[in-house]
Write a protein that binds this ligand. Sequence first.
Ligand SMILES: [Zn+2]
Ligand SMILES: [Zn+2]
Length: 252
Amino acid sequence: MNNVPEHIIPVKEGRITESELLQFVDYKDMMICSECYEPYGFWAYRPEIIDYLPDEWKPVKRYFQKCDSTCSRHNQKPQMHDEDREQALWPGFDFNERLTLCHACGQEIRLSGSRFSYWFCRTCLGRALYFNSQHAPVIIPQGRHSSVAGFVLPGMDRRNEEKIREFVLDTNRLFRSITHLDVWRRFVMKTNFRIMGISGDVRLDYYLASAYSDQLKFEAWGELCNFMMKKHKEDEGYEDPHITVSEERREV
Ligand SMILES: [Zn+2]
Ligand SMILES: [Zn+2]
């Protein structure tokens, strides 16, 4: 899976990939929320990377990543400082999220915080790219930015109404599929917690040390494809002729 794309990050004296920067993130104090299954807690860069970060990125304190904004415990973590209830945007971020778990298998972390970040671990991203090359990127979105999902509105088409309509339709489909993918993410995490016998919030490093399984990753991918394909067909108003078409119409 070495040929899957990566979001490239400019640092002093060069560039590194998100996977490389991930190696320099200290997450030993982070947990996974047992309600929304997102990581939360204090994270920091390892000291050896600090001097290579662009000046405007230099962390001014230890940042507290909150769990999902829709979670009832989003602002209710005992470890969180009061000042973190209303957070300013962290330097260099599009949104305040340093880590996320793979939205397909839930077994691995990846770097987040950029609108160009991918949601999948490298194995699942490779599978997503192949799936999307065979179908359409709106069925299984790879990230929140529409261009990550594979479609953009080129400058010269901005006056072409047909192209704009198509773009808006694709964007709406993308938003719906993002909602479905989040339903899947929670389901797969809930399943992983059950398999691992976890109840309640768990340390992220403890979870990651036991979560990896090639077999479960493979099975999760297959089930995700089925789930997302089914949701896509429902959204498109697709009717299964064996279920929804009346006998009379079927003869026509
Ligand atoms: Zn939560
Ligand atoms: Zn994965």
